[in-house]
Design a binder for this molecule. Structure first.
Ligand code: A2P
Ligand code: 11C
Length: 337
């Protein structure tokens, strides 16, 4: 569902690349793109307009067409016997909906009642890097600042950045902007040559919805309501790949080498940390790759339990499509489907 979107296209790639055991497949979107052709494993399919009946006979439905579409169609899919893996924020915080990153809490998948939620992209990459530290040293406080790519806001935002970036810097302030910070907001700002400290709308407490997602989802995935998390989320003129500066205070006081070793051994995470050779993760290099890359690991200069690190991952891959497909794979491995 949402097969023509930025994440939907990646979902198709991941299903192909990982040789997911597909019997039959259909590609759903709105009437706007119905009839478009999509190639999957050497066969040509036509995009179909989603209707409730689209889900008859479906075992697993991967959704990434926006929250309101999930609210409308996920119950229809569940009613017809499908398990929905939903990449929107529609159901994430519902008590009866597991919120899953397979490297962190695969055991929650079995508690589903028809819907399993895929977390927000910026949350996924952070918890992948934090889980090994939680396991070995215990977590105290987390302070994260993000540097997020426009692909998180969909195909329209990617196109807008490309158009604005092709123009001259001298006219950047006056560039036409319709997509960011939020399509439905009253004011829009150009993203080319800029940094926008607003992702999604503001909530009543002065944090944005994106920031509150990072805070609330991290607590839910890590099963720790008391975990102290603060977030500042910023949009940058990067096409794809979110970066995060993460400060974490641990319960124990390991050496920086022990922290690096824990990160290096974590599933789905790659240590990329050699400052003497200028080796550290960057979104341009992470684009299209599966891993969560971690570098710039340093001990805080004032607090021996405090560590700083730089976490980068492709938000469309591990942050969305790959994580959804891994949830489906884990369901098969755990005999949940
Ligand atoms: P469509 O191409 O028909 O508009 P993105 O987040 O990259 O903008 O992608 C959004 C995805 O959600 C697209 O695949 C889009 O399809 C799909 N979508 C949007 N509105 C609907 C709808 N009413 N029903 C089904 N799919 C929808
Ligand atoms: C962004 N993180 O980068 C957002 C996109 O809740 O799944 C993902 C929104 C979500 O704009």
């Amino acid at each position: 569902m949402g097969a023509t979107g930025a994440v939907g296209q990646q979902m198709k790639e991941q299903l192909e690349k990982r040789d997911f055991p597909v019997g039959t497949i259909k590609f759903l979107a709105s009437s706007r793109s119905a009839g478009q052709e999509i190639e999957f494993k050497g066969k040509t399919y036509r995009v179909e307009e989603a209707t409730p009946e689209s889900f008859e006979g479906v075992d697993i439905a991967l959704f990434s067409a926006g929250g309101s579409i999930s609210e409308q169609f996920a119950p229809e899919a569940v009613k017809r016997g499908a398990v929905v893996i939903d990449n929107t924020s529609a159901f994430r915080m519902n008590e009866d909906v597991p919120l899953v990153v397979p490297e962190v809490n695969p055991e929650d998948i079995g508690k589903h009642n028809g819907i399993i939620a895929n977390p927000n992209c910026s949350t996924i990459q952070m918890v992948c890097a934090l889980q090994p530290l939680k396991d070995q040293f215990g977590l105290g406080k987390i302070v994260v600042s993000t540097y997020q790519a426009v692909s998180g806001a969909g195909v329209g935002a990617i196109n807008e950045l490309k158009e604005q970036a092709a123009a001259d810097f001298d006219h950047a302030k006056d560039a036409e902007a319709k997509m960011l910070p939020v399509k439905s907001a009253e004011r829009h700002y150009p993203i080319a040559f800029n940094a926008i400290p607003q992702i999604d709308k503001f909530t009543d407490n002065g944090y944005t919805f994106e920031e509150m997602k990072m805070i609330n989802e991290t607590k839910k995935i890590m099963h720790d309501e008391k975990l102290a998390v603060a977030a500042t989320c910023v949009r940058l003129p990067v096409v794809t790949g979110h970066s995060e500066s993460v400060y974490v205070e641990l319960e124990a006081a390991p050496t920086v080498e022990e922290v690096k070793q824990a990160i290096a051994n974590a599933p789905g995470v790659e240590l990329m940390d050699d400052p003497s050779n200028q080796v550290y993760p960057m979104p341009l290099m992470a684009a299209g790759l599966d891993e969560v890359f971690v570098g710039r690991i340093r001990q805080d200069l004032d607090n021996p339990r405090g560590f700083h690190m730089w976490v980068v991952s492709d938000n469309l891959v591990k942050g969305a499509a790959l994580n959804s497909v891994q949830i489906a794979e884990s369901m098969i491995q755990q005999n949940i489907i």
